[in-house]
Design a protein around this ligand. Structure first.
Ligand code: URA
Length: 211
């Protein structure tokens, strides 16, 4: 597993405002979107490109162009949806699949309740979107889900990660998967309810309000 933590004053500033419990949902959504675009720049550093010959107004040249198959962006419902527009703003040609996963709040087990993904992901570069990498359970389950369909190059984009979750992902994932994590920050720990400390609370509730 490769871990990349964005280290930039703008990211630190936006993350502080995001964490503040007094930040309203509309600002929270905007900040998530901006942070994801910054993360997407880093996360897509190794996107596959091929040569393409074009004509500029001046001459012919060979430039780089994203290859097929198109990258696959997979928000994990529900909170991952809040990261989608920040990602597709930078990568508008990506295909978007969906995975519905949630935590059983008592056992902390992961339940997959929905999926909309191609059966064959061979050769696809995949990007998982989930704001909080907490216990790591969702990340492991989602990565295995994609890997079982042939994906070998998978990047998890999260806003905040907990050390316990990163450790679990590192220890559990099949090392043959080229797996990266891009985050804005790694926090102190998980509390007894599986929330990240200091964290930002429940990302889904803060994006969409309490249901
Ligand atoms: N999910 C959240 O939304 N927040 C946490 O702190 C942990 C998991």
């Amino acid at each position: 597993m490769q871990l990349h933590v964005l280290n930039h004053p703008l990211v630190e500033h936006k993350l502080t405002v995001l964490r503040d419990k007094n930040t309203p949902s509309n600002i929270f959504r905007e900040l998530v979107s901006e942070l994801v675009s910054l993360e997407a720049y880093e996360a897509t550093r190794n996107l596959a490109v091929e040569d393409r010959e074009i004509e500029t107004p001046i001459c012919t040249m060979t430039g780089k162009h994203l290859t097929n198959p198109r990258p696959m962006v997979v928000p994990i419902l529900r909170a991952g949806l809040g990261m989608l527009d920040g990602m597709t703003r930078l990568l508008p040609t990506a295909e978007v699949g969906f995975l519905g996963m949630k935590r059983d709040e008592d056992t902390l087990d992961i339940i997959t309740y929905a999926n909309r993904l191609p059966e064959d992901l061979t050769g696809r570069q995949c990007f998982l979107l989930d704001p909080m990498l907490a216990t790591g359970g969702t990340t492991v389950a989602a990565t295995h889900y994609l890997a079982e369909r042939g994906a070998k190059d998978i990047t998890s984009i999260n806003i905040i990660a907990a050390p316990e979750g990163l450790k679990r992902v590192e220890e559990t994932l099949d090392p043959s998967i080229d797996f990266k994590v891009v985050v804005c920050g790694v926090d102190e720990r998980l509390n007894e309810h599986g929330y990240i400390v200091p964290g930002l609370g429940d990302a889904g509730d803060r994006l969409y309000g309490l249901i």
